[in-house]
Design a protein around this ligand. Structure first.
Ligand SMILES: [Zn+2]
Length: 255
């Protein structure tokens, strides 16, 4: 295994914790990371369609850029549906990009690092949550027994039932279907994205900061992040009450 600092540099998502919740501008590098997954796409295609007049990449302009690429491709209706759900969710733009990369298997999982020859030892490819399987994104986020325990607690907290899935996209649709009758459309995937983000954060803490896995820490991170994201742009005083959010979250997801 290479030195962990080198791997850290190679990883595309070093520190997933959000510092600036008010940030709604997508960094051009994120857009390149977002788009580069499409092997048929010449990056030059988005040079003129991902920016607005001042050359800044915004959620709207980057969304339009991605849609323009996707509608020109075939058999991508599922991707389009998934992308729309992600983009419609009221979270910081950085999370839109993260969610999209999670769905497209474009985060630097150990499986991905092995495929690129960055890690070669089989022991370095194993999931750091359960140590029982190769760490693919599908395994890490939804297939791992530890991840499933997290999802079970999140579902219980929300008062919904979410079926198990071995595929991230499939799980996202299960979750959306389970909660869509309870919350507003733009909040349906807010908690789902927070949980996936928290799982990735925990994974990075274990690998790069030598922390131990703590299921409750992932759940608490999910609840905290979702609470913060849900407050963005909401003026109601009640939504800022973390105690109420912790016990009755769904009533605050209708804004
Ligand atoms: Zn695992």
């Amino acid at each position: 295994m290479r030195h962990k600092d080198e791997l850290f540099t190679l990883a595309l998502q070093h520190d997933p914790y959000i510092e600036g919740l008010e940030e709604f501008i997508v960094h051009p590098k994120d857009i390149n990371d977002l788009i580069v997954g499409y092997k048929w796409l010449d990056l030059g295609l988005i040079q003129d369609c991902g920016t607005e007049g001042d050359g800044v990449y915004t959620v709207a302009s980057s969304y339009e850029a991605c849609v323009k690429v996707l509608v020109e491709s075939s058999d991508l209706q599922l991707d389009m549906a998934a992308m729309n759900l992600i983009w419609e969710t009221f979270v910081p733009s950085k999370i839109h990009v993260f969610g999209w990369r999670a769905l497209r298997n474009r985060l630097p999982s150990r499986e991905q690092l092995a495929a690129r020859g960055i890690i070669t030892e089989e022991s370095d490819m194993v999931c750091v949550f359960c140590f029982n399987d190769i760490e693919s994104l599908n395994h890490l986020f939804v297939g791992c027994c530890e991840a499933r325990n997290v999802w079970q607690k999140i579902a219980s907290w929300l008062g919904i039932e979410v079926g198990n899935a071995d595929d991230v996209v499939e799980h996202m649709f299960y979750f959306e279907e389970s909660i869509k009758g309870l919350v507003s459309k733009r909040k349906r995937l807010l908690v789902w994205l927070a949980a996936v983000w928290a799982l990735w954060w925990m994974r990075n803490e274990i690998i790069f900061n030598e922390q131990e896995y703590h299921e409750d820490e992932v759940v608490h991170k999910t609840i905290s992040l979702a609470w913060l994201w849900n407050m963005i742009g909401v003026k109601s005083d009640t939504v800022s009450n973390f105690y109420l959010w912790s016990y009755c979250p769904v009533q605050f997801l209708n804004g």
